[in-house]
Structure formats: structure tokens, C-alpha cells
Design a protein around this ligand. Structure first.
Ligand SMILES: [Zn+2]
Length: 361
């Protein structure tokens, strides 16, 4: 996607991964090339995460079959999601009180991140919203380990605040505690009492969507009402409703573009698989009432299916564009519904049609 396309479909904020930028091309190169906004030619707001999630999850998740979004909830089926890469190196991350040492998944080099270096790197990158360095846990960690990681995350939160050099960038704290009620409540209470500008809810959100909802319900009432609340890595249409109703304001998720690249598109009637043989001669756009470039230009389902069959790169662009527009449009409708005090009506109306479509797909 180009920045102009993202602008046109209504995107307001982009997120960049500190872990990936640290390994390649390196924060010094980004700074030399004018900072992250100039580097990627995006003049709107940017978020960088702390790097913690990738440091801990790229090892642990690949080893134990738990990843962000894909297979994130080990208790639920993820059969609609594309297969995950399994032939990666085993976990090579060591955590100590000062920080985490890990092995680059690119060249095998030893790397280290601490609360101080994560903040320094994010400030060098120059995003508008930065995140505290944390130790996320997996749904497979027990209560004892999850508590240790949460307490370490709390000590690291204080160090992140102390090491801040740039007051012009917002800094969000991160609530941890896995799917344990006492830990989540304690973490929200603790992080909510520190001088952050907002908060992200991270780490394991449980083994099911129901547990994720509980995690949010334990956390949000204990956070300062004025803080924006970001839920890390979540963003399917049904999740947006469930999480907004429980007090979440911001989301980031790879699903719209990842699904788009695999030929799955969101519609008001559930997901449509663009590679299905039945679409070969289908003259209709993905969705008649959609205002995105792909649908407004009336690219037919048959044409899009052909692009996938021919491995033509435009297929990925057109489907990603539609999916991103769909999610942006849905969030716009959710914001409007909140202002008009009719969020429950919108949810019932949207989900009854969306779920019925999923059931018959
Ligand atoms: Zn569309």
C-alpha cells in the first residue's frame, strides 16, 4: 500500500515495529534518512511498539504454536487462517532483571534490549506514540511465571519513564498479567498510577475470545478514564465491537492485509474467499455498497480471482485495500454510533448479518 492509498481510505495512524527496525535497517540508518516519518513518507501520526512482543514471541510462539492473531487463542480453531511458518529456529531469548538477550531471526546475531535502550531507539525513530518495554507472557505460562513477568514489567515501566528524553512523544504503559484476574487487576492498578500518557493491554489475552473479554473487563475500570487504551494485535470485525464496548479505543492488526494477500476479503455477509472456483465468472464487485477503490472501480470477483490464479501482484493490493477500507469504515460507524448512543443497535445489526454470512460461507 502507498501512503496516499492509506490516506484515501481513511487511515489516521500507522504502527511500526521497533524489533524489526532494530534488526534491519537499524535505528541509525532510519535517523540518517530523516527519521521514521520521512523514511516511510508518512506525515501523519506513528506508533512504535517497544520490541518486547517480538523478542519474546518469535521464539516462544513458534516453539509452542502460539502466535499473535494467527493461533493466538489456542483453545479456538484457526482453520480460516493461512498456515504459519514452522521451520524457524527454536527459542533463543534469555530474560534477566536488566533486559532481554535474544538471537536475531535474520542473521543469528546476539542482540539485547533493555527498557532504556528500547526507549532510546523509539525516540531515535521519532514516532509520535511510543510504548514501554515489557515482558509479554503466553497463554501457556503458569500463574507463577506470569506474576514474575508482570512484576518485572512494572519495574521496567518505571525505568522507561525515568529514561525518557523527549517529552514531545507520548509514552504508553503496558498492562500485563495474562488471563489471571488478580494479576490483570493489580497490573492495571499499578500501570494506571504511573505518569504515562496512555496505555496498551498486552501479553496473553487468554485461551479464548471469552477470556480476552474478561481480561479487558478486569483492566479498563482500573485505568485513568482520560487515557487512550490500545489493545495490541487484535482487530477482527467481531472483536472491534466486543472490545470497544469494554472500553478499548485503539487497535492494530495485520489481519486486513494478511488476509487480503491470501485472498480472503471482509464483506457485510462474512468473509469471501476470492480464490473459490465459483467466482470464476462472477461479474459483481466484492461488495456492491462498498466505497473502496476496488469496489467503486467495479473490479469483478471473476477478475480478482483471475489475478490470484495468475499470481499477479495487483490481487494482493486490491484485496488489502478493500479489507483496510472495510475496517476503517467499520470503526467510523462505531464512533458515530457511540456519539448517537446506538452502539448496541449497530452491533446487533452488523453481527447478525456478518455471522449469518460466516455460517453459510
Ligand atoms: Zn471494497
Amino acid at each position: 500500500m502507498t501512503p496516499a492509498e492509506l490516506r484515501a481510505l481513511g487511515a489516521g495512524v500507522l504502527l511500526a515495529n521497533t524489533y524489526h527496525l532494530l534488526l534491519r535497517p537499524g535505528p541509525d540508518v532510519v535517523r540518517e534518512l530523516g527519521g521514521l516519518h520521512r523514511f516511510m513518507a508518512w506525515d501523519g501520526p506513528l506508533v512504535t511498539d517497544s520490541g518486547g512482543f517480538q523478542v519474546f514471541s518469535l521464539g516462544f510462539g513458534l516453539e509452542h504454536g502460539v502466535g499473535k492473531q494467527i493461533g493466538m487463542f489456542p483453545g479456538e480453531s484457526s482453520e480460516n487462517m493461512p498456515p504459519r511458518t514452522r521451520n524457524q529456529a527454536p527459542r533463543l531469548v534469555r530474560v534477566d532483571e536488566d533486559g532481554a538477550t535474544f538471537t536475531s531471526h535474520i542473521d543469528g546475531s546476539r542482540q539485547r534490549l533493555t527498557p532504556e535502550s528500547s526507549i532510546a531507539i523509539q525516540e531515535a525513530l521519532g514516532a509520535d506514540i511510543t510504548l514501554a518495554f515489557d515482558e509479554p507472557t503466553s497463554p501457556l505460562h503458569d500463574a507463577d511465571y506470569t506474576r514474575q513477568a508482570m512484576e518485572r514489567t512494572h519495574r521496567w515501566a518505571r525505568r522507561c519513564i525515568s529514561s525518557r528524553q523527549r517529552s514531545d512523544l507520548a509514552l504508553y504503559g503496558i498492562v500485563q498479567g495474562g488471563a489471571f484476574e488478580d494479576l490483570r487487576k493489580a497490573s492495571a492498578q499499578f500501570i494506571g498510577g504511573l505518569p504515562f500518557d496512555g496505555v496498551a493491554i498486552g501479553g496473553s489475552l487468554g485461551k479464548s475470545k471469552a477470556e480476552m473479554h474478561a481480561v479487558i473487563e478486569w483492566s479498563t475500570p482500573r485505568l485513568p478514564p482520560a487515557w487512550p487504551r490500545h489493545l495490541l494485535g487484535i482487530g477482527e470485525p467481531e472483536d472491534l465491537f466486543a472490545c470497544v464496548e469494554r472500553g478499548i479505543d485503539q487497535f492494530d492488526c495485520v489481519a486486513p492485509t494478511r488476509l487480503g494477500r491470501h485472498g480472503q476479503v471482509y464483506t457485510a455477509d462474512g468473509r469471501l474467499h476470492m480464490t473459490s472456483p465459483e467466482l470464476k465468472e462472477d461479474p459483481r464487485p466484492i461488495q456492491a455498497e462498498c466505497g473502496c477503490y476496488t469496489c467503486a472501480t467495479s473490479f469483478s470477483r471473476g477478475y480478482l480471482r483471475h489475478l490470484f490464479a495468475a499470481h499477479e501482484l495487483l490481487a494482493y493490493t486490491l484485496c488489502s485495500l478493500h479489507n483496510l477500507y472495510f475496517i476503517q469504515q467499520l470503526m467510523r460507524q462505531i464512533r458515530d454510533a457511540i456519539r448517537a448512543d446506538r452502539l448496541a443497535d449497530l452491533r446487533d445489526q452488523f453481527l447478525s448479518r456478518y455471522a449469518a454470512g460466516l455460517a453459510t460461507a
